[in-house]
Ligand binder design. Structure first.
Ligand code: PMP
Ligand code: GLN
Length: 396
């Protein structure tokens, strides 16, 4: 028997080496802080108003009529896969076969995990735009691969990608480019020229590309251009999206990938051992959501554009340097003009100072210094909530 004083499993920590650095996600920490202090939560990105009632009714109808209450098919229900393929055709003119080129996942989060676990060997290098969404780093680590960040840097009021830096980051070990546009947390939307250059590089160096486009419908200037549409890209690209952002049902966790059959098949091999399937009745509801008329998408965008302006102007008035986003529902600011140097300390103290919660971008960086003074604010909240937050931020 193990003596009482000896730790279970010996001196070895329970959490393995690959995940040891990751701790608790910043979203959980900051949402708990908001709840504990009764602060306005502009941290974790979720809307404080649910999506269309008609879609909520479709979900409740599915539950009550026994649609999806038992395991749905592994790749997702046919109605949803067909609707996803129709969406890619309708918005982007991209043709995908619902049976062999679409896979439904437990949110974009599972899609990211399944892609990286399926497509990488230990030792492969993955290039990701920094600041990166936190699950990218964790999933690259779980796959035993190495992340190679390429930093988006402030330039003319926005965060810009340096294509030369991207090109220089590719080595013979690079297997995969992990992109995200519109980009969380900076709000940058890669331009068609930038995407064309990235595509040319991927073709030239024969790289796989996983592109996270969950904010595809939240572009305020211009429109979203999927990377998969560029020459040479269809056959090497896995496109990820999710219903969470587009339809304001982040708790339903319905996500998907579109890709050629061989890539879908590889990703499905990993996905089947993660959740196997998820969100049965919600899949029926999201199949309906994907057919909403253009007016729905236009109204969503107009509503969020107005909210972006309220929060951006308020943050500027409170003294922050504001990077006005072209997409997503996040604003990145710099706290230097307020005499602050450390975004993490600033965010931890903010509830006490003015009862608002935000996210320190430095947790999304390997180069902590590059992100030290950046703080992110979510504007997918009711207008009166944003106005109250702006009022409180004036106290700073
Ligand atoms: N990718 C990005 C860039 C995100 O911001 C998020 C979080 N909303 C996700 C993926 C995860 O999406 P989901 O909630 O569908 O898992
Ligand atoms: N994607 C959301 C954000 O960036 C949060 C998702 C999560 O909590 N993991 O705020």
């Amino acid at each position: 028997m193990t003596p009482m004083s000896a730790p279970v499993g010996g001196d070895r920590p329970f959490l393995n080496r690959r995940l040891a650095a990751f701790g608790t996600t910043i979203f959980a920490e900051m949402s708990a802080l908001a709840a504990r202090t009764g602060s306005i939560n502009l941290g974790q990105g979720f809307p404080d108003t649910d999506g269309p009632a008609q879609i909520a009714e479709a979900a409740s109808r599915a539950v009550l009529t026994g649609q999806g209450n038992q395991y749905p098919p592994g790749p997702g229900i046919a109605e949803l896969r067909t609707a996803i393929a129709a969406h890619q055709q309708r918005f982007y003119g991209l043709g995908y076969d619902p049976d062999s080129e679409v896979l439904v996942t437990a949110g974009a989060t599972e899609a990211i995990a399944a892609c990286l676990l399926a497509l990488l060997e230990p030792g492969d290098e993955v290039i990701a735009l920094e600041p990166y969404y936190d699950s990218y780093a964790a999933c690259i680590a779980m796959a035993g691969a190495t992340r190679v960040p390429v930093t988006l840097r402030p330039h003319g009021g926005a965060f810009a990608l340096d294509l030369d830096e991207l090109r220089a980051a590719v080595t013979p070990r690079t297997r995969l480019l992990l992109l995200n546009t519109p980009h969380n947390p900076t709000g940058t939307v890669l331009t068609p020229d930038e995407l064309a250059a990235i595509a040319a590089l991927a073709v030239e160096r024969d790289l796989l590309v996983v592109t996270d486009e969950v904010y595809e419908h939240l572009v305020f200037e211009g429109s979203h251009t999927p990377l998969a549409g560029f020459p040479g890209m269809r056959e090497r690209t896995v496109t990820i999206s999710s219903a969470g952002k587009t339809y304001s049902f982040t708790g339903w966790k319905v996500g998907w990938i579109t890709a050629p059959p061989e890539l879908v098949s590889a990703v499905r091999s990993a996905k089947q051992f993660l959740t196997y399937v998820s969100s049965g009745p919600f899949q029926y509801a999201i199949a309906e959501a994907l057919h909403l008329p253009d007016a729905y998408y236009d109204a969503l965008r107009a509503d969020l554009a107005a909210k972006r302006d309220i929060l951006a102007d308020g943050l500027a008035a409170a003294g922050f340097q504001v990077f006005r986003p072209r997409g997503t529902y996040f604003i990145t600011t710099d706290i230097t003009p307020l005499g602050e140097k450390d975004g993490l300390a600033f965010c931890r103290a903010l509830p006490e100072r003015c009862e608002v919660v935000a996210i320190p971008n430095q947790v999304f960086y390997d180069d902590k210094a590059a992100g030290a003074t950046q703080v992110r604010w979510a504007f997918c909240k009711k207008t009166e909530v944003l106005e109250e937050a702006v009022e409180r931020l004036r106290r700073l």
